[in-house]
Design a protein around this ligand. Structure first.
Ligand code: ADP
Length: 325
């Protein structure tokens, strides 16, 4: 009901309490109660005895009602489940996926208290400063190919940042980099049988308006935010819409043709590692290698002393010879 009241309000003209109460079949007192709830959530609403209510400002939150106007997809993000705080959007997504939520459901939280990176590493997710989200998908593809959706997500985030005026590079396979520092990480998790995927959860964490003081000291040399790298504030709603709008067509290319050609082209054209000498970390082994290509399967090709070796994502981490990347 609160959302219905909000949807009837306007930013351009006053709407009378009477018309809202008639449209929704609730009392004027009930309308007033919902207006007060909305004010508590951060909506600035002016009320005038004669004219009614007008929305003067909206909160910076990624609720369904706030982000839906920016989403132009068929199914990705049509169902949004929003939290103010949660342990991890990927963990919640797995619960909802096991409960049969619709394909393309997106879980968003303003804050994560136990956000995760790969190998159970911590992901710092301060309140309302980033986009902490997970997309639930049920592709009819072999489990062996699930990693390709990480590549698709990286291409989609890169495209969305570009649309919103932030120049970034993709650090194969799952990080987005600005000026050598990580502004986004992607963590794909899967529930499957040997030959069938039950569901995939694509976790995307983007440091959007994170301030310097919110980045832990030990991460300062490798983590940054869009705001810190560009000196301007980003609209999280627009950015979230762009990510989903970029993601869906790339994902559909994969599920309908089996190819991730377009995503690979983006990852090649904007790679942080291609044609560079980097340090490859495999388990506790580390070696210096030259990256020579990303092939059509999304694998990294590296030049070893006398042969080119294909590296699968998930097996390795990459670092620069000096600094993070
Ligand atoms: P990598 O691919 O760099 O090996 P992961 O993808 O596993 O790392 O991401 C987790 C790591 O990212 C953490 O161990 C930490 O060093 C770093 N990290 C944690 N939170 C953030 C954040 N908000 N922004 C950027 N980096 C972060």
């Amino acid at each position: 009901m609160k959302t219905k009241v909000l949807n009837l309000l306007s930013e351009n003209s006053y709407v009378s309490g009477e018309s809202i109460s008639e449209a929704l079949g609730i009392s004027r007192a009930a309308v007033w109660k919902y207006i007060n709830i909305l004010k508590k959530e951060g909506y600035i609403i002016d009320s005038s005895t004669n004219k009614g209510y007008i929305v003067l400002d909206r909160p910076d939150v990624l609720t369904s009602v706030e982000v839906s106007p920016f989403i132009r997809t068929e199914f990705v993000g049509k169902n949004i489940v929003h939290f103010n705080t949660i342990s991890s959007t990927n963990t919640k997504a797995k619960e909802l996926a096991a409960d049969n939520c619709p394909n393309g459901t997106v879980i968003i939280s303003e804050e994560q208290t136990s956000g995760r990176g790969r190998l159970g590493r911590q992901w710092v997710s301060p309140k309302c400063k980033g986009i902490w989200m997970s997309i639930i998908l049920r592709p009819d593809i072999p489990p062996m190919e699930a990693y390709k959706v990480t590549i698709i997500a990286a291409a989609a985030v890169h495209g969305a940042l570009a649309e919103n005026g932030a120049d970034s590079l993709i650090k194969w396979p799952n990080d987005i980099i600005m000026n050598g520092k990580k502004v986004c990480g992607i963590l794909t998790e899967m529930n499957s049988e040997l030959s069938k995927i039950h569901y995939l959860v694509i976790g995307i964490g983007i440091n959007v308006n994170t301030e310097d003081t919110e980045i832990p000291e030990e991460l300062k040399d490798k983590a940054s935010s869009l705001k810190l790298e560009t000196n301007r504030h980003f609209d999280r709603k627009l950015l979230l819409g762009s990510i989903l709008n970029n993601f869906e067509p790339l994902y559909k290319e994969f599920t309908s043709t089996g190819s991730i050609e377009t995503s690979i082209a983006v990852c090649r054209d904007h790679s942080a590692v291609l044609n560079r000498e980097v340090i490859l970390l495999e388990g506790n082994k580390s070696s210096t290698v030259k990256v020579v290509d990303i092939n059509s399967n999304g694998h990294l090709l590296i030049q070893e002393s006398d042969a080119v070796r294909e590296i699968l994502s998930g097996e390795v981490s990459i670092r620069a010879k000096e600094g993070y990347i």
